[in-house]
Design a protein around this ligand. Sequence first.
Ligand code: GDP
Length: 427
Amino acid sequence: MPVIAIVGGQWGDEGKGKVVDLLAQKAGVVIRFSGGDNAGHTVVNPYGIFKMHLIPSGIFSPYTVCIIGNGVVINPPVLIDEIDELNQHDVDTTRLFISDRAHLIMPYHLLLDGLEEESRGGKALGTTRKGVGPAFTDKAARLGIRSGDLLDKEVLLERLRFILDYKNDILTKIYGISPLSLDDIYRQYCQYGERLAPYIRETAIMLEEALNQDELVLLEGAQGALLDPDFGTYPYTTSSSPLAGGGCLGAGLGPTRINRILGVFKAYCTRVGSGPMPTELKDETGDLIRERGQEYGTTTGRPRRCGWFDAVAARFSNRINGFTGVAVTRLDILDNLTRLKICIAYELDGHTIDYFPANLNALDRCQPIYEELPGWQAPTTNIRQYEQLPVEARQYLTRLEELIYCPINLICVGPDREQTIMKTPIV
Ligand code: GDP
């Protein structure tokens, strides 16, 4: 059985949660490998509607082991609430495990996320202010506290004392606010530790065992390729890699182990937060897509910026991920449109280019060059066979395959698990 990385091909919110929930039915292990509770993966299945922020979307599959990998940063109270909510809906969480190497979001991360955003003024990044960026900063600065530290109260106290002195200096001297109390944070995190201890493990071994037993393993990405800190619209990016390559690091397995990489794309584009988006529609069509697609952030409720499918960005995403297949979600949102556009190249300062510029000023100046296709103007939500899709919808999908340089494996025509068309098998 293969290892499949399931990653966002655009700016996040592509519907990875739905795809993972679907494929998890056959999986031995699902492991979330990046981000934090800034992600919000919506899953609609027989248990109900869930917004998963930290727990892998495979948790609904009764035999699947779900792991929060070392590449995720965890805010303990958020995770505890998520576990409680699942349990209230009779979802079993005894198969959930947390890597002892996953870093923790601490109260000063939450404070600093807000303070740093405010100090950026008009250049704010539009973060979710959930402390995710500051926690990854501390990971790189060797100032992090990891979930495994919760299992040893002496280690936790020593580490927290050292780090909090430094953080309190920043809070008081730079931002002029009151220091945080060591005692309060220590006591609080000891309680979290007691609650989370049964879940915390050395998880790389669990993965290896699953691979040795030839089980299907899914690596669940968060956010999307265009938010990658190296390749995305830096600095308007996220702080951990959402790419398939990030899956190796954030789950704890070598690159040779990944067999398939499924890029998840919406049939159009959306983006939350600041930063360039060449195909953004600030007109009635953009509003129409937003309202029909209910394009408001799962985590923040912010309206998403909507636009036509950007094939230049999608090809770039394929280049840096190496997709073996693509999942196209939300095709149904386009059902009513008379004409559709796909951006096939950019015009930059009088030249036609077909790459995604690193320079944000250049990307901002890029004007999309569109190809127009007819809409299908028929409902697709009840269709389950590719051949039954209207000819114009198939034409649109075929064009996407040609432009992304990658075959489409599956198409989603609604949020429910069964509203899926398997075009070519993945497993
Ligand atoms: P994720 O973070 O990539 O999992 O994406 P989000 O959960 O933020 O956003 C995707 C939304 O689209 C969720 O509300 C899904 O239930 C929903 N969804 C997924 N696939 C489809 C689809 O094909 N059609 C429709 N209408 N909704 C979908």
